[in-house]
Design a protein around this ligand. Structure first.
Ligand code: EPU
Length: 339
């Protein structure tokens, strides 16, 4: 295992910002994961696992520890029944390549999560989701190295504490587990309506009436192309903010002033409000703040146009958060993890 020193994190994160990592290494097997974790523990160095770097923001001070790039591969069918196929995936597999492969096998369950950058192992951390599907819907279990007890463990879906864009891996257990594989169960049935609004609109507009996972995948790729900038061309991390979750009394207050506010009923008296809409209402869509552009096609996305440092990004973010708080009395949250 080769260990590199003083590596600029801006070259390994799609926002293209951040200081140096003291150490960086690639791991290709479970044995290497165990070895690097034990090594780091003996030297009291923190570890951070990086997948594709598409949902991580690095600060200017960099990371005074070891960045481990997850490269474990693997795609194996472990169960095949009349209705479903269960597949075990190496944590380092490219997410979209997996979606394509499962769609080519005529399976459904992750086709709406097409064209999302990143790796399989990172997908449970933020409970990746798009267009009506999230990884929590198909994930059966995962394998992880538990750095607390220095052992590999298996966790079931219910152990992961999944909720909207959240899991224990970015909450109470942050830094504890290194996900080396995930196991997902996909359906042999074709996708069925009702579909997510934006997807249904695309299907209607294009007069699509037959739904296969391949048709859904191709539709999603087209929708995303128009809404989300390609991080290889314009540095960004997809949605920069989570959508806001508010209670009914807050919604009632907001509706008095903004009767058109779009809402999604999450049950239990909670409502999801699109943060992109909130940002648009305060007039920031398409605007540049501290070198960060609020994307003109989707205000939830911040593009690093000319930001010099994490500080510029943080200033832009805090200005947006502050204006939303002052205008709507809603506290919005950053979506990508920060190291
Ligand atoms: N909206 C606006 N203005 C905007 C952006 C959105 O008014 O500038 C409104 C839309 O009109 C719509 C609502 O907000 O009524 C929701 O918009 P959209 O369906 O585009 O989804 P989103 O809330 O902006 C979320 C995910 C995306 C995912 C899409 C589709 C989060 C944080 N983001 O975005 O995920 O692709 O739904 O399912 O939940 C990501 O996490 O990086 C990501 C791209």
């Amino acid at each position: 295992m080769e260990i590199h020193t003083n590596i600029p994190l801006k070259n390994f994160t799609t926002m293209k910002i951040g200081g140096n990592a003291r150490f960086m290494t690639d791991v290709y097997s479970k044995e290497e994961v165990a070895e690097i974790c034990q090594n780091a523990k003996s030297k009291s160095l923190p570890i951070f696992i990086l997948g594709g770097g598409s949902n991580v923001i690095a600060t200017d001070k960099g990371f005074n520890g070891i960045i481990v790039r997850m490269r474990i591969s693997g795609f194996s069918v472990i169960n095949d029944s009349l209705n479903s196929t269960t597949i075990k995936l190496g944590g380092g597999e490219n997410w979209d390549a997996i979606v394509k492969r499962t769609v080519d096998m005529n399976l459904s369950g992750i086709e709406a999560m097409s064209a999302i950058p990143g790796t399989a192992g990172a997908s449970p951390v933020q409970n990746v989701g798009a267009y009506g599907q999230e990884i929590a819907d198909t994930l059966q279990s995962l394998e992880a190295y538990d750095t607390k007890i220095d052992k590999f463990i298996t966790m079931q879906n219910s152990d992961c504490g999944f909720s909207y864009r959240d899991s224990i891996f970015r909450g109470e257990a942050m830094g504890r587990y290194i996900i080396t594989s995930i196991t997902i169960k996909l359906s042999k049935n074709q996708p069925q309506p009702p579909f997510y609004d934006a997807l249904q609109k695309y299907l209607d507009d294009n007069n699509i009436k037959i739904f296969t996972s391949k048709i859904i995948r191709n539709s999603i790729i087209e929708i995303r192309k128009n809404k989300l900038p390609d991080p290889k061309i314009l540095p960004n991390t997809g949605s920069f903010f989570k959508n806001a979750i508010i209670e009914s009394w807050q919604l009632n207050d907001l509706k008095k002033i903004n009767p058109d506010i779009p809402t999604y009923d999450m049950g239990n008296g909670h409502y999801k409000i699109p943060t992109g809409w909130l940002i648009e209402q305060i007039g920031l869509k398409g605007k540049v703040l501290h070198g960060m552009r609020v994307h003109d096609k989707n205000a939830l996305v911040l593009i690093n146009e000319s930001a010099k440092s994490y500080k510029d990004l943080a200033d832009a973010r805090d200005e947006i958060i502050g204006k939303i708080r002052d205008t709507f009395r809603i506290q919005i949250q950053q979506e990508p993890l920060e190291i």
